[in-house]
Design a protein around this ligand. Structure first.
Ligand SMILES: Cc1cc2nc3c(=O)[nH]c(=O)nc-3n(C[C@H](O)[C@H](O)[C@H](O)COP(=O)(O)O)c2cc1C
Length: 423
């Protein structure tokens, strides 16, 4: 096991949470002191841009580039919103981070707010993360008392207020514009874009939404610099470390901080301890439930945004769920699609009506009652659902279906021809 520098999990001790004393002992809030004393907001935006940091919430958009579109010069109020909805099956990294070290997010948010000239922030937290919510309540109170949050932070003249908001608990609330509606107390349907949140976001004001892990990286980039951050990745195209949440048919299912660009084989064999029950690797979701499968042929490719896109998948949230060779991929895909169909907000037709239809077809095939006509209809639905909905929920739901059609079509045909599930 090669040792990866631990940034985000530096203070992680199983069963314990690092609060202010422990956080400061390992350099916590030194980035804030440095930034407020020596850096202009524009310099921070430029540093984050050149660090190569890409959003850790799933889409992988360049954080610095997104920030550079933000209208910092508009008058207050402007908002920074942290997305800790994290309800996608197989994704649990933000929860792990906040269970271990909540001040990292608080410092990351104050720094980001300073960079964007934002005066107010919200952390939107998954309803099931009760412990993490309490950790953040304590961290926010400690940071305020120590002068790292609130009015005139560290005597710099910069003010930033931070609020916590517990989600009512739906997957759609992770979509950034649905989240903003939820924060406003409205039904969480996604909003039409444009206008983008940077122009008209929370309460109609300029807003940036970023993921927990994205924001928690900011203090480290400020302390270490952009070249250092880039160099943490295993491959030249990548940047930084990544929290990989392992799950499924592995001997070890834990969350690890590992370099971006690490090959899948190392995740499975070294960190995951190999496939369970001495079985063989069949497939995995590389980045959460909405990403197309990888198979054994992808074992040696570096896990990063561009490489995975080039092989028809996505890095997503780096929640790696492994399936052994006794797994029925039709059943797995059905299970995932049932989740997406249940969580659709119903706002647009392809998602509301298309996903249940896909589930019905997959269920028929899985039970051995499908026909070749059903397979054709599945392919047809796949073409009509992706890219035609208000938000990326339906597009994401097409990820595993796309993987099934491209990589496991013969398995689907076997179900139809044999009249039963072959597994
Ligand atoms: C259905 C759906 C669910 C999402 N869930 C999350 C989530 O739980 N956490 C998250 O950070 N981003 C989630 N996203 C992505 C957000 O819309 C947004 O891109 C992200 O919060 C931006 O932060 P980043 O640039 O730091 O990644 C979701 C998107 C969709 C379409």
């Amino acid at each position: 096991m090669s040792s990866t520098p631990q940034l985000l999990f530096k203070n992680r001790i199983p069963g314990k949470t690092a609060f202010l004393k422990e956080y400061c002992k390992t350099g916590g809030y030194s980035a804030l002191v440095k930034a407020l004393k020596t850096m202009s907001p524009a310099e921070i935006v430029q540093l984050v841009k050149s660090s190569g940091l890409r959003g850790r919430g799933g889409a992988g958009f360049s954080t610095g580039l997104k920030w550079s579109f933000f209208p910092s010069d508009k008058p207050a109020p402007k908002y920074l919103v942290c997305n800790c909805d994290e309800m996608e099956p197989g994704t649990y990294k933000d929860g792990e981070l906040l269970a271990a070290d909540p001040h990292q997010l608080v410092e990351g948010m104050v720094l980001s707010a300073y960079a964007l000239n934002v005066d107010e922030g919200y952390i939107f937290i998954r309803y099931a993360y009760e412990g993490q919510f309490k950790n953040l309540q304590k961290a926010v109170a400690e940071a305020k008392k120590a002068g790292y949050l609130g009015k005139n932070i560290l005597g710099s003249g910069f003010d930033f207020e931070l609020h916590l908001h517990g989600s009512a608990g739906r997957y759609i609330l992770g979509e950034e514009t649905a989240l903003l509606n939820g924060l406003e107390g409205k039904r969480p349907n996604p909003r039409i874009k444009p206008p983008f949140p940077a122009e008209r976001g929370l309460f109609g004001r300029p807003t940036t939404v970023n993921n927990v892990e994205t924001l928690a990286n900011i203090p480290h980039i400020i302390n270490g610099g952009s070249e250092w951050f880039k160099g943490l990745a295993r491959n030249p195209e990548g940047a930084g470390t990544k929290l990989f949440g392992l799950s499924g048919h592995l001997n070890v299912t834990e969350c690890f901080e590992l370099p971006v660009g690490i090959p899948l084989s190392e995740i499975v064999e070294v960190y995951g301890g190999g496939v369970w029950k001495s079985r063989k690797f069949k497939a995995c979701l590389p980045g959460g439930a909405s990403t197309p499968y990888l198979t054994a042929e992808h074992m040696d490719i570096p896990l990063d945004f561009d490489t995975l896109a080039a092989v028809g998948s996505r890095f997503g949230t780096a929640g790696v769920t492994v399936f052994d060779d006794k797994t029925c991929m039709v059943a797995v895909t059905l299970n995932l699609l049932q989740f997406f169909a249940r969580e659709s907000c119903g706002w647009c037709t392809p998602c509301r009506d298309g996903l249940p239809l896909v589930c019905w077809l997959l269920e028929k095939i899985e039970k051995g009652q499908g026909t070749m006509g059903d397979l054709e209809m599945l392919k047809e639905q796949y073409r009509h659902i992706g890219g035609r909905s208000f938000c990326a929920l339906a597009e994401g739901a097409m990820g595993p279906l796309d993987g099934l059609m491209r990589l496991f079509e013969q398995e689907v045909i076997d179900h139809i021809e044999k009249g039963h599930c072959p597994f």
